[in-house]
Design a protein around this ligand. Structure first.
Ligand code: 16G
Ligand code: MG
Length: 547
């Protein structure tokens, strides 16, 4: 096929490493950066094909490995509305990444083009960006070769956060339509979210300084640009862990994942009671807040706390706005702390559902709700207003100034959030706006409910593919009988809950447990992990610290 005429020649420059298998996982390809050159080249080809399959809409490619080690890298594709790549294409990614020869690469392209009935005469349009990792430039060059091989109209956004790239894709594909999302530039991004923030907080008391741990990643320069654009006392920040130049610092002892996993402050931050802190991850799509209470103890405000804060605020606005049948719902994963779920159901009286781990799963569940708030406990999430909510807001006829104000605030909130994907910077503005409007400290926010003690463990097994789950990953269907064992262990502990799932990003199985007390929780976690180890081919050391 002539359309693929240049592919073999270009592909020969980026040979696939022998004896390596790549797999498009929860968040794209992710592994040691130096091994990904052929994959990036091929992702370039596939991004071009994906654009053609969407009649030339712009497709995004983000080169990042998020919160992982600096030597790792990865890549994921962004679909036209700024959402994650449609799942049916993930297997094409895996297929093309594993083609053993240059000819086979062409065969895979040809077969996808046939299966998807793609018009290869369409000019593909692709935009791409990378985070601060040292392997980024090399991988970007390989990607560019893939795009050139298919004559794509390709544009680089340089070094930006993952959610910024999602935003650009959505802006480009909605330009000059009734759902135009914004200017597809960095300045447009800061302007859109920044101005919505200022509209929401106008006239309120100014907050104290917010200390931001940027994980020594791309969030550091980007959040500073936001502050430079805003120049507002409502956005009074100090960025820590902002060294993106020195090798070996990215995500080390800092960042949202470190803070959430270790339940402690990052390096470079000593917590003063009364002060306010948050952490981004390495590509700035996750955020968690924290503070020291009056005894100096560390208190975490994770994705569950953000979800409940946001849901409370939205629920109250919707109720004041007095619009019929406009409903707020919350999407969580099984990792959500049990007390957050109870709080949403019993206190807020809002519907809540569980989705599988990974933003794409939560996003799709949230799309079914009028106003869907979705957050993973790790700090990844956003809010979606579906078309029915938008038309209800448009058609609303406020009867009082209070109703009109609430409707205006809902519009401003919608402009403040990145509807394409979870975004640390936009989520931070959202949390800040709500806290400013409520006049709340972090301790007041934290007071809504107390987390149940929880523990997350990792078990290395011979073959994690034997682990199959159902019920939003809360129940194992394979290996046989293991779920019965988990159930009997859980039954021993008041408020006990535990589940086992294969990781989508690492070669391991994860065990989550929570219970009424720390001791019970740890016993439950380690006994479930021990059962997994014994009955499902555990490797290395048995996890039995507490038994
Ligand atoms: C990826 C996901 C994140 C999820 C994590 C789970 C995206 C963009 N990222 O980082 O949402 O929490 O994987 O990892 O979807 P695990 O499967 O290894 O537990
Ligand atoms: Mg990330």
């Amino acid at each position: 096929m002539t359309s693929f005429g240049k592919v073999v020649e270009y592909s020969a420059k980026h040979p696939k490493p022998a004896n390596t298998t790549f797999s498009y996982g929860t968040a794209g390809f992710r592994t040691i950066g130096d091994t990904l050159e052929s994959t990036l080249f091929r992702v370039g080809l596939l991004a071009a094909l994906r654009s053609q399959s969407k009649q030339g809409k712009v497709i995004g490619v983000m080169i990042t490995a998020s919160h992982n080690h600096e030597r790792d890298n990865g890549v994921k594709l962004v679909d036209p509305m700024g959402e994650m790549l449609q799942q049916s294409w993930e297997s094409y990614c895996t297929q093309i990444a594993n083609a053993e020869t240059d000819d086979e690469v062409v065969q895979v392209l040809t077969s996808i083009a046939q299966t998807e009935n793609i018009d290869l005469s369409i000019t593909p349009r692709v935009v791409y960006a990378r985070d601060t990792r040292p392997s980024g430039p090399l991988l970007q060059a390989a990607l560019e070769d893939g795009l050139a091989a298919l004559n794509a109209n390709a544009t680089s956004y340089g070094v930006v956060t993952t959610p910024q790239l999602h935003y650009f894709v959505r802006c480009l594909n909605t330009a000059d339509t009734p759902v135009a999302y914004g200017e597809p530039t960095e300045a447009g991004y800061y302007e859109k979210y920044g101005q919505a923030f200022l509209r929401l907080v106008d006239g309120r008391s100014q907050p104290s300084k917010l200390y931001i741990d940027a994980a020594n990643g791309v969030g550091a320069p980007q959040v500073r640009k936001l502050a430079d654009t805003l120049k507002s006392p409502y956005f009074n920040i100090e960025v820590r862990n902002s060294d993106t130049e020195t090798l070996g610092k990215l995500n080390i002892d800092c960042g949202a994942d470190y803070v959430k996993s270790n339940q402690r402050q990052p390096a470079g931050m000593s917590l003063e009671p009364g002060s306010r802190y948050c952490s981004f991850d390495g590509d700035a799509d996750r955020i968690v807040y924290y503070y020291a209470d009056e005894n100096g103890s560390f208190r975490l405000l994770d994705g569950d706390k953000i979800a409940t804060l946001v849901a409370t605020y939205l629920r109250d606005l919707v109720s004041t706005a007095n619009i019929d049948d406009l409903e707020v719902g919350v999407v969580q994963t099984a990792y959500a702390n049990g007390n957050s779920t109870s709080y949403i159901k019993d206190t807020l009286k809002l519907p809540t559902v569980f989705a599988k781990t990974g933003v794409k799963h939560l996003h799709h569940e949230a799309e079914r709700m009028n106003i869907g708030v979705y957050f993973e406990a790790n700090g990844h999430g956003t809010i979606l207003f579906n078309p029915s909510a938008v038309s209800k807001l448009q058609n609303a006829t406020p009867q009082t100034p209070a109703e009109a104000d609430a409707i205006q605030r809902l519009w401003n909130l919608r402009d403040l959030i990145n509807e394409s994907v979870g975004d640390a910077i936009s989520d931070m503005l959202l949390v800040e706006a709500i806290l400013i409007c409520k006049g709340w400290s972090l301790a007041q926010w934290d007071a809504a409910y107390n987390d149940l003690p929880s523990r997350l463990l990792k078990v290395v097994v011979n073959d994690r593919t034997i682990f199959k789950t159902t019920n939003a990953e809360q129940t194992l269907t394979s290996p046989p009988e293991l779920q019965d064992v988990v159930n009997s262990l859980v039954a021993k502990y008041p408020r006990g809950r535990s589940f086992v799932r294969p990781s989508g990003t690492e070669d391991a199985v994860r065990v989550y447990a929570e219970a009424a007390t720390r001791t019970d929780c740890d016993q439950l976690a380690y006994s479930v992990a021990g059962a997994v180890f014994d009955r499902a081919g555990g490797r290395g050391e048995r996890p039995d610290e507490f038994l």
